[in-house]
Ligand binder design. Sequence first.
Ligand code: PMP
Length: 412
Amino acid sequence: MATTTLSKIETIREDFPELKRQFHGKPVVFLDSGASSLKPLPVIRALTDFYSYHYANVHRGIYQLSEEATDLYEGARTRTAKFIGAPSERGLIFTRGTTESLNLLAYSLGDTLGPGDEVVGTIMEHHSNQVPWQLLGKRRRTVLKHVGVTDEGVLEMGDYDKLVTDRTKIVTVTHVSNVLGTINPIKEISKIAHDHGAVCIVDGAQSTPHMPVDVKALGCDFFAFSGHKMCGPTGIGGLWGREELLEKMEPFLGGGDMIREVHLQESQWNELPYKFEAGTPNIAGAIGLGAAVDYLNHVGMEWVARHDEELIAYGMKRLHEQKGVRLLGPTDPKKHAGMLSFWLDYAHPHDIAQLMDSEAVCVRAGHHCAMPVNERFGVPATTRASVYLYNTEADLDAMVRAIDKVRRLFVR
Ligand code: PMP
């Protein structure tokens, strides 16, 4: 990281080479970290360094290079486990990301369920925490139920009392909504699940990048997250699970590394976490994720959370000053993390995003892979600006200037 007399945010921005790019003669304003974050130099260097000097397959070779690669890979696991407050690295499985982690659960845990067993989700879930449970229903004839969302964009907590019963085996919920920005009360939801003998699964895709996470304090049983949203590479993420539950589950994928012994008709599984890591893993990805975790620890997750909250408060204020803006999600920035999804009365989100692009402002338009929650708010799509550690108030000002341009073009 640069060591000059720059302010903290300027120092951070220096670490992200993509922020130096210009489009249409204007500096890039990146407000799409909710989809995927930019990458800092230490992460890029960790990947180049690994591929240049330490590359070999892991867990197999008895030679020095393979031992180095294994140490780097397992070191990344230890640091990533610590980053989310996991009691040990045995419960942290490297996956391709949140989607794979949730599908792993829907198979390995889901297949222990039978007809009539119930899964309780919410209507604010990303499709990756919706569709795997629908597929489970087709395989095992389980029943999927959904907790609703209030007009303010928070969970209808009273629905849990009605929906979670002794038939409920799984309660699954996102920590932070990728459309509304709502931060959900995981501790409370975990307790409701446990009171009924169910397990609680948390989709941490949008919380892990933005706030300190401690799975022990959250009280959940499983926690899924993606590396690419938290400064790490694509194709890597994690699933943390309570070891006693992971021990009881069957593997998700079969192949190399996940076995202890293979015979022609049956096999015995490797110990945790390898039982769930079939095949050659994404070694470089995991090492890059480890570097991302180091980077975020260096910046400080408390700082990231505070910075986020200040930007969200500022963005809300600026958006409320505009005419014809409908902002979704909680109005209290303390209950609202990372993103601002809005609807403009006079233009479709795709037109808005395209016009913003001509101002070098990168935002996302669409249903953000969460169609049911868009339906709930009666909008086919929204424009979503998402902030991260490298954004500034000036970025949000640039977005508001672009909205002004949209209005001048569409409102006559
Ligand atoms: N859940 C949430 C809340 C998300 O925002 C996302 C990514 N948009 C996912 C799950 C899926 O993550 P990935 O595509 O990295 O698997």
